[in-house]
Design a protein around this ligand. Sequence first.
Ligand code: ATP
Ligand code: MG
Ligand code: MG
Length: 555
Amino acid sequence: MEENTSNFIRPIIKEDLETGRRDQVITRFPPEPNGYLHIGHAKSIITNFDLADEFNGKTNLRFDDTNPLKEDTEYVEAIKEDVKWLGYDWDGLFFASDYFEEMYNRAVILIKKGLAYVDDLSQEEIRELRGTLTEPGKDSPYRTRSVEENLALFEKMRNGEFANGEKVLRAKIDMSSPNINLRDPVIYRISHTSHHNTGDKWCIYPMYSFAHPIEDAIEDVTHSICTLEFEDQRPLYNWFVEHCEMESKPQQIEFGRLNLTNTVMSKRKLKQLVDEGVVDGWDDPRMPTISGLRRRGYTAEAIRAFVRELGVGKGDGAVDNRVLDHFVREDLKLKAPRTMGVLRPLKVVIKNYPEGQVEMLDAEINPENPEMGMRQIPFSREIYIEQEDFMENPPKKYFRLFPGNEVRLKHAYFIKCEDVIKDENGNVVEVHCTYDPETKSGSGFTGRKVKGTLHWVEASQAIPAEFRLYEPLILDKEEDEVDNLKEDGKTFLDYVNPNSLQILNGFIEPNMKDISPQDKFQFFRHGYFNVDPKHTTADKFVFNLIVSLKSSFKL
Ligand code: ATP
Ligand code: MG
Ligand code: MG
């Protein structure tokens, strides 16, 4: 880990340990299992685990599953897989729902101290009486219920004697507090809904702001790291820890969330993209989910390096989505084998190459990492090149193939364009060339120079392959801009990029016949590609473009 990466939480923890305020560090990553993890969660995961690691502490994975309506075990399993894939091993694995009994007992403590009451007002009435930033709130007529009555009613709520919404339990704090969060927040509501973990045992469920500090304290979490929007809730967090008589006193620390340009990250929106079939699942390679990034071909190393480089601060401006690309290029540069693939094939016939002859050429697997060794590529009279590498009437400074011009075929020979074959519509369907045997790659030929070097694949042995090219899923809008579109009757779905996926059918080198899903390659002149694990079959390879070779964005 980079010691000097800026992270304002590190000195806080350091001081806590040095002054003896704490004798250990326990952090947690607390996802709600209501969707798949995204790159924003990766920031939280990496921050929590890295900080604990640095100070020999522990990190728990805790499912914050207190809302039965949206949660599902499918998400629990996916979240575990993603955290592991990112490279982290949790110490404790916990479910907030396992603490329901304890939470209930803590709420009873509040009632007994006269610090909580059962309220019969509806959600709307509560909202109306809550006041505004400039106006104090007004007391509910039920605020003065006796402790005995509150205890009896709360038990009846638990026993299922009331319908959804009929009653709530509220903390009794301060209806005129300048911090609206402290104006008697609701801490329990009735919901006759089965829970993925507790089934039908409970029909009352704790609210997040009450449950979270209790969960942290039960687990002896020392530093409870969350995103900035919880800053105003910190006094409430501390109020619950204190008045529920929790022995452990966790400290909430807020940091700036990760936002990316051209990207929506709220789980609600991501779920909508899945449910409406805009993408082919949570792991669609265009999704900012961890599973989508993995399927696209991003590596855990690159994601960790990216998040660490950004550091941890109080700002939450959007980071250019291309910054992550820089880190995946860095990571794959030495790891990914080089190969050649033709995405939009055009047949080239080399007229003076003997018919029926196939020779094997040697090529380095990765010139930047010679230890990876050599590969062999067949060459013969018929090859494929890229359609865009030939022009019949080229503009100035076009150095690729055109009638009369000579180019180098990577790892092979110089070829010269002699003739063009067209179909009845005038489209070029074949290019006829001659080659010069003197110019073989590696032979030391210096007789003349050519300006263009093309990639190619030998035709008779080429393996057909599908290439999937991607552009950002969301047009050039930031998430908060997208959120504010509702006024003109639009939703973020109006800002889905219609060209985010392009599918091409081409060819790859025959030496790739045994590759596996998730293998990554650098295709010469194209970029880094990943073998798609979902669509690749025994007889068809599908490649996802991870990133092109060059960035249009400078760090
Ligand atoms: P969503 O709004 O998409 O539902 P969430 O914040 O409700 O996301 P949780 O499952 O509650 O999702 O998040 C688990 C943890 O990840 C929380 O501590 C949360 O603060 C953190 N987190 C979520 N999104 C980001 C982000 N974009 N950047 C940093 N941390 C994040
Ligand atoms: Mg949420
Ligand atoms: Mg949340």
